[in-house]
Design a binder for this molecule. Sequence first.
Ligand code: UTP
Length: 418
Amino acid sequence: TEFETFAGVLEKAQKKVNEASNELDKLVGVRTRQIQKQLKAINLDSLNNLYRISQINVAEEIDKNVLYNLPYTEKALLQKDSKDKIDSIGIDIIKNNQYAVVTMAGGQGTRLGHSGPKGTFMLDIKPKAKSLFEILADNLKRENEKYGIILNWYIMTSADNDIQTKEFFEQNSFFNYPINYIKFFKQGNMPLLNEEGKLVIGEDGSIKFASNGNGAIFKAMKENGILDDMSQKGIEWIFIGAVDNPILNMVDETLVGLTVFEKNKIGTKSLVKAYPEEKVGVFCRKNNKLNVIEYMELPKDVIYMTDENGELVFGESHIMCNLFNIKALEKIAEQELPYHSAHKKVNYLDENGKLIIAKEPNAYKFEQFIFDGFRYFNDITILRGKREEDFAPIKNKEGVDSPETAIELYNKLNVERR
Ligand code: UTP
C-alpha cells in the first residue's frame, strides 16, 4: 500500500509536469523550445572559432620545403615469391576472423543529389540493377565464400539517414547477409553557419545540422561501443571504406599482409594520379607528419614534379581504402581531429519563415577527414593498386566520377566473376 500511495503521488506529479510543459509549449512555442534545446548542445565558442578560420584559410599554399613524398609498393610489380609470402600473412588474419569491414555511409551525397542515403542509389549494372548497399553486400558475401568465413560488417550512418538506411536493409532482407554480423552505428553532426557566421534554420524550423565528416568515424566507433565489440570478437584489423565505390576491394590479403609485414599499424591502397591536376588528395609527409594534401593546397611546381622514372613525385592518391589495427583506432579516437570547412548550397527559412532555395553556395559545413588520423603514426603502408580494379567512385550526377563511369568500370571488371 505504501508503494501504491507513492505510485499515485508520482503519477500526479508527472501529470502536473506534463500540464506545465504543455502550457510552456503554448507560451513559447514548440519550435522555440526545440531550438533552445538544440542551442544548449552547441559549443558556440568553438563554432565561432571555426567560422573565423574558414574566413582566412582560403586556398593556403603550403611551403614546399616541408613536404616529402612517401614510399609505396606497387601491387602489380611484386615478385610472385614475395607476394605469396605477404598474401599468406593476410590470409591467416582473414581466415582467423581477426578482420572486419566498416562502410562509411554517413555522407550527404550532395553532389550526386540522390534523395535518400547514398547507399540506396540504384546502379544499372549488368546483369541487373542493384543498390550500392546490395553491391557491397554481394562483394562481401563473395569474400566470405572465398575464405570460408563470415565477416563482421559495420555500417556508419548519420542523423540524416540512419532510419532510412536501416529500413532499406530490413525491406531488402539485409541482402541475405547474415544479420547477426551486421551492426549499424551513428556518427555525429555539426551545425551549419551562413555567410555571416550565423546558425541556419532548416525547413522543419529547427537549427540545421549536417554530418561532421568521415573523420568523425573514430570517435563514433568508440562512443557507440564498436571498438569494444570488435575487441571482444578478437578483431585486430579493420578495413574502412566508402559506400560510393562499387568495385572497392574490401578484403585485400596483400594490403593486410604487407601492413603486418612492414610492422605498421595503418595501411592504405593508393592509385597514381590520372593526371597532375586531378582533384584528389595525395599522400605525403608534411612537417614530419603523415598527411594527405588536397590538390588545391599543393604548391604549383610540386604538382608537376617528376622523379628519375618520369613518375609524379606527389602522385599517390588517397581513395578511401584504409586499413587500421584496432590499437590505431583506439589511439586516434582519443585525439581531436581538426575541422575543415566547405562552402555548400543550403536551403533555409528566412526571418519571415519563408523557404529559400539556395542557388549558389551560401553556408559553411564543418567536417573532419579520416586521413587526418594518419598523423599520429610514424609510418603507413601504401599499396598502389589499379584504377580499373579498385576505384569507380560515384560523386557527381554526370561526367567524371558519375554513375555512368562507375557502371562502365563495374561491368568491365565484372566483379561477379572475379
Ligand atoms: P565524400 O566526402 O565524398 O562525401 O564521402 P559524400 O557525402 O559522398 O558526397 P558530397 O561531398 O556531399 O557530394 C566519402 C565517403 O565518406 C562518407 C561518405 O558516405 C562516403 O562513403 N562520409 C562522408 C561519411 O560517412 N560521413 C560524412 O560526414 C561524410
